[in-house]
Design a protein around this ligand. Structure first.
Ligand code: FES
Ligand code: FES
Length: 134
């Protein structure tokens, strides 16, 4: 057996007990869905947010990631981080914050980029839905 590169404990924890795995109703007007892929490896991440229209804050987050352990850990951590944030705050979360928290090595940086792309895509989907339905 080839030696397996040791992952940081936080990656393993989020990988083994991912937070907020699941799906929100796409048709719900208060839900934004982001679906993004990583060209480098073909991994796919779906991240959904539920937004309270009055306060403009995120009240629920769900994700499904088909990808490597770092991508799953990145989406799990992102889902915890943005819950309770305003859309502006969530849109400003950088992949480097996630990579730092999870101590991702350089070759795994694009896995955290997937999480940044996914939250941005979910926010723009939510905004698009809001403007097209009133
Ligand atoms: Fe293998 Fe991402 S490259 S899971
Ligand atoms: Fe491609 Fe992690 S998302 S290797």
């Amino acid at each position: 057996l080839a030696a397996v590169r040791p992952y940081h404990q936080k990656v393993i924890d989020h990988y083994e007990r991912p937070r907020n795995v699941g799906t929100l109703d796409k048709k719900d007007k208060s839900v934004g869905t982001g679906l993004v892929g990583a060209p480098a490896c073909g991994d796919v991440m779906k991240l959904q947010i539920k937004v309270d229209e009055v306060s403009g804050t995120i009240t629920d987050v769900k994700f499904k990631t088909f990808g490597c352990g770092s991508a799953i850990a990145s989406s799990s951590y992102m889902s915890e981080l943005v819950n309770g944030m305003t859309l502006d705050e969530a849109g400003n979360v950088k992949n480097t914050t996630i990579a730092k928290e999870l101590s991702l090595p350089p070759v795994k940086l694009h896995c955290s980029m997937l999480a940044e792309d996914a939250i941005k895509s979910a926010i723009s989907d939510y905004k698009k839905k809001r403007t097209s339905t009133q």
